[in-house]
Design a protein around this ligand. Structure first.
Ligand code: HEC
Ligand code: HEC
Length: 192
């Protein structure tokens, strides 16, 4: 192996160890089984930008930026699109939109290193020019949710639609979407 490659690999391994160590300490899990650390480590980075959480988290979960590709966020934030946002008015001043855009663009699914976020990088098919992109129409989302009957979602007044992630994923606002942490409101914990 060329010496420079060897040194880079060594540096990368050291970096990974430090990162993992930090995550473990951050999870506060001294003396716990290592698998419990894995479980509390968010697999999707939660929304972290205060203005984004405030403005985009009042009607639904402030969706993690990593669940849509940059192109989709860009279309959602277009000024004419915000004023007609899935049937609602979510208009915001230009300067604020620019700030949110920068945040979403740099944390979008297609530029992410997280495997679970990369899965969301493929946009839904058949999205016409006139309709806005949806997380709930991405192939990955559809694949993960197509076994859930309508009586638990649209016909369930305590959930209403798949867009309300946190009415089923109790850890959604911390980025946890694990199958083991699902409690569907008005129904109960999910057992596969
Ligand atoms: C006034 C309420 C309101 C605000 C504020 C709002 N939204 Fe929405 N949003 C909605 C509604 C209603 C839907 C459609 C939900 C449904 O179909 O059940 C939606 C859907 C979405 C979806 C698609 C979810 C899916 O089904 O995959 C995204 C993405 C989204 N909003 C992003 C944003 C962003 C980004 C902001 C901030 C700029 C924002 N929203 C602010 C009301 C709002
Ligand atoms: C009606 C309840 C419900 C809603 C609303 C919902 N989910 Fe889910 N989700 C589930 C269930 C149940 C599963 C597990 C399905 C299975 O058995 O594979 C799941 C699985 C997932 C998974 C895969 C988890 C894994 O460990 O493989 C992800 C990621 C996910 N959901 C994200 C989302 C996002 C993002 C939203 C909102 C846009 C959302 N979900 C809305 C019920 C829901």
């Amino acid at each position: 192996m060329p010496k420079r490659l060897y040194i880079s690999l060594l540096a990368l391994t050291a970096l990974l160890l430090v990162t993992a160590g930090t995550a473990v300490v951050a999870a506060g899990g001294e003396g716990r089984d290592w698998r419990s650390w894995l479980r509390v480590m968010p697999n999707i980075a939660p929304a972290s930008h205060p203005a984004y959480i405030e403005e985009c988290g009042s009607c639904h979960l402030a969706y993690p930026p990593g669940v849509l590709p940059a192109e989709s966020w860009s279309r959602i934030l277009a000024p004419e699109a915000l004023a007609d946002h899935y049937g609602d008015d979510a208009w915001l001043p230009e300067a604020l939109v620019a700030e949110l855009r920068a945040y979403l663009m740099s944390n979008a699914a297609d530029g992410s290193a997280r495997i679970r976020e990369r899965a969301f990088a493929v946009p839904g098919e058949g999205q016409s020019e006139s309709s806005l992109p949806r997380i709930t129409e991405t192939p990955y989302f559809v694949r993960k949710h197509n076994g859930i009957p309508a009586r638990l979602v649209t016909d369930n007044p305590e959930v209403g639609s798949f867009s309300q992630c946190n009415r089923c994923h109790i850890g959604a606002d911390t980025g946890v979407f694990d199958e083991s942490q699902i409690d569907i409101q008005g129904f109960g914990p999910w057992k596969d």
